[in-house]
Design a protein around this ligand. Sequence first.
Ligand SMILES: [Zn+2]
Ligand SMILES: [Zn+2]
Length: 344
Amino acid sequence: MPDKMKAALLYGVKDVRVEQMDMPSMDESKVLINIKYCGVCPSDVRWYTGARSASSYPRRLGHEWVGEVIQIGAEVEEDFKIGDRVAPDWRVVCGKCHYCRRGIFNYCEDFGYGKVSGGFCEYGTAIPPNLRLIPSGVSYPEATFTEPLACCINGINKNSIKIGDDVVIVGTGPIGLMHVQLAKHLGGRVIACDLVEERLEVAKQVGADEVICAAKKEAIEKVKELTGGRGANSIVVAVGAPNAIEMALQMAGICGTVNLFAGTYPPAKIDLDPNLIHYKQLLVTGSHDFTPHDFTSALKLIECGVVKLKPIISHILPLERIKEGFDTVVEKKGLKVVIKITDK
Ligand SMILES: [Zn+2]
Ligand SMILES: [Zn+2]
């Protein structure tokens, strides 16, 4: 076992460097994993651009990682083998706190930080309850979507879509494109809305019934037109823009549900007529992160092809080109960027 590994570290705004760092600390309760791929998440990019600032540098990034089991601690009782392909759930919930006992695991008050550690680096560790075996038909790059897809599952469940509902997905980046497929699978007539034509092409490819390439006023009219003047039953705002949120509230029909999936950075205010919610009896909700069950469900939906990810991956880049990967996401030049760490 080497005592150092290659890792991408963030030293400040737009300053990411690939360097040698210490191996993660291993103990007998953990499994050591050789990381193969790690997806670039918009939250990684927020640290990179300085939209969120770290209290100390260098900062490690990346949580959408997958890899191969190379060492198993002596106290591990679960049935893992060397060579198993695994996706780790980075959110180690305690199961005992106020929120865990309410079943709201995504708000656990006592996360086990450090029990799962990895990212844009060659090696990671995890405790067995947080590992899922990657099914044989699922590739490593596809499996990196387990975490973001789990967030989408947590989100779309808030929309309570019924068969035959008109569902609008606002924003067709990687997250929006997963929502398109989930909404379609739930029986919705899916209308995808974005300003980037190429993204809408992919939305069609993954199952959107209608696409709208327009800004606020025109997009609202188009949704009304497509829904007999009534507005949509369900809307997912998969982009963190005040304009998109205001638009979604106007696209919603009577008793519609609007989920604000994305945070707004920098923090923003929206121009809101509360009567929109009152008189239309709207349900406006938010969603954040995911539960251990969502993580399991995500991998299952990838395995059975409910959510297709190959059309969403626009770039697979080696670790050495991670800066280019981050810039690609910042400039919205592609869709999902996945970093190849090691693939032997
Ligand atoms: Zn993520
Ligand atoms: Zn807890």
